[in-house]
Write a protein that binds this ligand. Structure first.
Ligand SMILES: Cc1cc2nc3c(=O)[nH]c(=O)nc-3n(C[C@H](O)[C@H](O)[C@H](O)COP(=O)(O)OP(=O)(O)OC[C@H]3O[C@@H](n4cnc5c(N)ncnc54)[C@H](O)[C@@H]3O)c2cc1C
Length: 384
């Protein structure tokens, strides 16, 4: 479906169109094989790197395009059209959830060492914050890093870490100041570092082609050159990317929901029942029309929050609301799309069956709906 959006400049439209073309040609014909294999081949990210698709948020002086929130909104929405959210999240963790920490907090030496590989899709990144006992409550983190000679010794574990089974480097968050619950630092830990191991490749409900790791850090030593950002300030530095992380999850969800609506409208317009098509039934056409209106509203709220961010205006309330609302909408849409496919909607061969499973994580990951609503509520208190 043609993209219409008041925030779309020619440049953003070109990014959107290039990405939609890429997923149509490179992802959709192969996605089933990747779902089966439980991974996206490395060559796909490298191809995206060759096409310049991995550096939208990387400053121009480091070889990227130096663009802002709106570019990530357009990119993530276009990725969502792939219908393979496991692919979308593989890319977006690299470009928009892990990559920005390196860009925002990296020293010149770290940028020189790692950004060329990141832009080329040769150094695939992951971000390791969540732990078995600390998810939404990041301050409950137990992984510790203590100063040891010219470096740091890290002990602990991480879980649910996207791209960490087959990726090349994890940005690991660890507690470094025991006196302060927010005293966290970030470390660049390359795969293969002694003591840094994948304990388990996790078996998931959806996002099957995205790899998700449980990680062990057993006396892992990294040099001072691997400390990312200011010691003990990692919590605040991580927060700088929270709105972007939330946004790309909405973006990929909105793109997927639009694809599911298009697929379902086409299916119901072909399927004959009761002397006409399913789409001719008022109950179906009206509910799909309402779904379209909800997706349009979710998309508009995301782009508005993105625009605020690009103007330098605090967008926490708007982005949190868009995440809470948008990710719930995506799930309701997927439910209806399965429903209106009837029995075929329950079959593995039908795209909406996969998309329904993929969507379920969106209101949980990157800030659960309830946590997002607290962000809105805190900013809605009216002084007496
Ligand atoms: C497939 C997948 C990929 C992921 N990728 C990554 C990754 O790459 N890196 C990473 O660091 N993490 C990753 N995560 C972790 C994800 O961000 C966490 O699962 C999420 O933050 C929720 O944390 P939790 O699972 O510990 O749930 P909990 O924090 O235990 O929360 C459980 C539920 O309680 C409710 N809840 C929590 N807090 C509140 C509150 N304050 N008020 C009201 N209700 C609340 C919510 O409904 C929430 O879903 C991933 C998770 C999954 C499943």
């Amino acid at each position: 479906m043609t993209h219409r959006n008041a925030y779309m400049t020619d440049e953003l439209q070109a990014i959107y169109d290039q990405t939609v073309d890429f997923v149509a040609n490179e992802v959709m014909p192969n996605g089933d094989d990747w779902e089966e294999a439980g991974k996206v081949p490395r060559s796909v990210l490298q191809h995206m790197g060759e096409l310049g698709m991995l550096g939208l948020r990387v400053p121009e002086e480091h070889g990227g395009l130096g663009l802002g929130y709106l570019a990530s909104a357009a990119f993530s929405e276009a990725l969502g059209s792939s219908t393979y959210a496991g692919f979308d999240v593989t890319v977006l963790v690299h470009t928009d959830m892990a990559g920005p920490h390196l860009v925002n907090s990296g020293t010149q030496d770290q940028l020189d060492r790692y950004l060329p590989g990141v832009l080329a899709g040769r150094c695939v990144l992951s971000i390791g914050v969540s732990e078995p006992d600390a998810g939404s409550d990041v301050a409950g983190m137990r992984t510790r890093a203590v100063k040891d000679g010219d470096g740091w010794r890290i002990n602990g574990s991480k879980t649910f870490i996207t791209n960490a089974v087959y990726g090349d480097m994890t940005i690991v968050a660890a507690r470094t100041d025991l006196e302060n619950k927010y005293g966290i630092s970030m470390f660049l830990v390359p795969a293969g570092t002694e003591g840094f191991t994948v304990a388990n490749k996790l078996n998931k409900h959806g996002w099957r082609c995205s790899d998700t790791a449980e990680l062990n850090l057993d006396d892992v030593w990294v040099s001072d050159a691997q400390l990312l950002g200011t010691p003990h300030r990692g919590f605040y530095e991580t927060m700088k990317n929270f709105q972007n992380e939330r946004m790309v999850l909405i973006g990929m969800g909105v793109g997927a929901a639009q694809a599911a609506i298009d697929i379902t409208n086409a299916y119901t317009q072909n399927r004959q029942a009761f002397g006409a098509t399913l789409f001719d039934l008022g109950a179906i056409r009206q509910r799909m029309a309402m779904n379209q209106a909800k997706v349009d509203a979710a998309r508009a709220s995301m782009y508005h929050a993105a625009w605020l961010g690009d103007q330098g205006i605090d967008n926490v309330k708007e982005m949190s609301g868009a995440k809470a609302w948008g990710c719930e909408v995506v799930n309701h849409v997927m439910y209806d799309c399965v429903q209106f496919h009837g029995g075929m909607g329950y079959m593995r061969e039908t795209p909406v069956e996969r998309m329904y499973r993929d969507a379920r994580i969106l209101p949980i990951g990157g800030g659960a709906t309830e946590v997002m609503l607290e962000e809105v509520a805190k900013r809605s208190i009216v002084s007496p």
